[in-house]
Design a binder for this molecule. Sequence first.
Ligand code: NAP
Ligand code: GDD
Length: 344
Amino acid sequence: MSKVALITGITGQDGAYLAKLLLEKGYAVHGACRRSSSLNLWRLEALGIQDQVNYVPLELTEFTNILRVIEKVKPDEIYNLAAQSFVHVAFELPHYTSMVSGMAVLNFLEIIREVNPWIRFYQASTSEMFGQVVEIPQTENTPFYPRSPYAVAKLFAHWMVVNYREAYNLHASSGILFNHESPLRGMEFVTRKITAGLARIRHGQQDLLELGNLDALRDWGFAGDYVEGMWRMLQQEKPQDYILAMGSNNSVREFVEIAGQAVGFDLIWEGSGAETLGRDRKSGRVLVRVNPEFYRPAEVEQLCGNPARAKADMGWQPKVDLKGLVEMMVHADMDRAARGRIQF
Ligand code: NAP
Ligand code: GDD
């Protein structure tokens, strides 16, 4: 009998890659989606799996709705990936973000406890919980210091998972995932904004790329590698929390430079802070400008994770490095731009 998985956030970046992985492993995959006037399946279509998933409407803030879905689907494993996941927006929507990215997790845990405590549960925790980091690199034992309503909501969920595991013996684990990207990344996140923006500039469809803090440091990996770590966590005999990260970091500025090279630009910088400009050395044309509109009320300046536990316990090994990731994203966006298919 094939295992049954319920994935919330199936329409997002990780949901699509995880669904593909689980289908390849022979799972029956149920994808929970919020109700909308039209289901947005572009990521699942890009991976060619849109017809292999059973879609179930699910409202994360409705306890009884989740209860009914779990009773109907009877999952062996639940992967809770749904969230208001954009940090910048969380400052505008703190209450909504807390409900969707925080409180909803308590609904799942309570229902699992009551309905079937054998269900294995994965929670999408985040490196954002380290926020204003107190040590470098961050490990599973590093104290948290969240810097946004998003991170505070995720921290609530994170500790609920720990508590339900300890109090009720649930097989519940949190993956503390550092930034992971792909050609399926949402356009509002900085990596995709850069690769799509530069591809559009290259194709004459955009004049300039406007960014916020160029000096923020992130530990960037490939989403396809990270969803495999999620699955491995739920196959462990003993549930616990794991960091998934590359163990190195780069600035937003460096990401722009690498992406620029892949597109065929040679970027040089002038000015500082909000006056920074990025110019193409060959043509002299300004391609990048800082716009303080994209600064955050409280910034996470640097993140760098140590994935040693995940490597030792689960044999997790990321296959795509930063250069490979950037080239993959640029290639996809150049192709889309050539076909006039990048919309902001
Ligand atoms: P994403 O692309 O933004 O996808 C988010 C998913 O959540 C989408 O399917 C979205 O549905 C769904 N969603 C949002 N609000 C919802 C609501 N009110 N009710 C139901 N569903 C809702 O995010 P991702 O990059 O795949 O990340 C997956 C999870 O990992 C998220 O929980 C994120 O916070 C966490 N995480 C991500 C990273 C990263 O670097 N990618 C790192 C650490 C943790 P729609 O399509 O309808 O909008
Ligand atoms: N989005 C965005 N847009 N970020 C910018 C911009 C811009 O124009 N310019 C600079 N940045 C900086 C942000 O200030 C931040 O320091 C960094 O680029 C990364 O921003 P995002 O790509 O939006 O990602 P994030 O790190 O805030 O959050 C992502 O990773 C988290 C894990 O650490 C999201 O995927 C979260 O859901 C996830 O938890």
